[in-house]
Design a protein around this ligand. Structure first.
Ligand code: MLT
Length: 257
């Protein structure tokens, strides 16, 4: 297993899938709190955090490779069925994983994510971003991403510790991992057709000021999933687990079976 992962606590397992272009440390607060009474697994996608960009053993490409990486980690840890929580890109993978391996998922937590595929303009923007990162490195993403990731309320009262922490995650990512993730997101297929057949308890969480995956989009998703509930987190953008960690944790705990 070449993916860098953390496995803490005991009991029913919850596995967290991190967002783009961050790493597993975005889950530190949630992992510390939940691992008191659960088993909590976090990991870095290839090319993010401590996982080398060559960490995948799968011959698959795109989002399928990320699904294969997550399943390989579950197998490695002997986890047959888990609560699966993904934020944004992590949510795209969670839905794709549920489509192919529903028996591995006990419940879903989908945070600030969507079931639709990228429209052409977004695909083109991702291609341009990949070229930029190849030319200038991943730090070039910091000023582009921060204002989109953080909500207006967080930006009005910026905490250097939070912005530095997010910038650090972006800076640590590797251009190859970033370009692969951009391609995986751009080529992903929609999972809108899957929503009506999701059979497990599903909690959706969204920051009320999220401009990447909006509350309106997540409300539509929640309405399409049979056993779903939506929690909107006040005064938060795309990263409620970092912008409003206490509210996020309350919402998460309320939704876990
Ligand atoms: C993420 O937070 O994972 C990304 O912003 C998602 C995206 O770009 O679609």
């Amino acid at each position: 297993m070449r993916l860098s992962y953390r496995d803490q606590g005991q009991g029913q397992a919850i596995v967290f899938l991190h967002a783009f272009p961050l790493d597993q440390t975005m889950w530190d607060e949630a992992a510390a709190a939940l691992s008191r009474d659960r088993r909590v697994v976090t990991f870095d996608w290839p090319g993010f955090g401590q996982s080398p960009s060559t960490a995948s053993d799968s011959a698959a490409t795109g989002l399928d490779r990320m699904v294969a990486d997550a399943i390989q980690l579950l197998d490695h840890l002997g986890l047959n069925q888990v609560d699966l929580c993904g934020l944004s890109m992590g949510g795209y993978v969670a839905l794709a994983l549920y489509r192919s391996f529903p028996e591995r998922v006990r419940s879903l937590v989908l945070c600030d994510t969507k079931a639709t595929a990228d429209p052409p303009a977004t695909r083109e923007a991702r291609r341009e971003m990949a070229e930029l990162v190849e030319r200038e490195g991943t730090a070039t993403l910091i000023p582009l991403m921060l204002p989109r990731l953080l909500g207006a309320s967080t930006r009005r009262r910026p905490e250097a510790s939070l912005t530095d922490r997010i910038a650090g995650m972006i800076q640590r990512s590797d251009p190859e991992g970033v370009t692969h993730a951009l391609d995986a997101m751009a080529t992903r297929t929609a999972t809108t057709d899957l929503l009506g057949s999701i059979q497990v308890p599903t909690l959706l969480i969204v920051g009320e000021e999220d401009i990447i995956s909006t509350p309106e989009e997540m409300k539509e998703m929640a309405e399409a999933i049979p056993h779903a509930r939506l929690q909107v987190i006040d005064q938060s953008g795309h990263l409620p687990n970092l912008e409003q960690p206490t509210l996020f944790l309350e919402a998460l705990r309320s939704g876990l079976p």
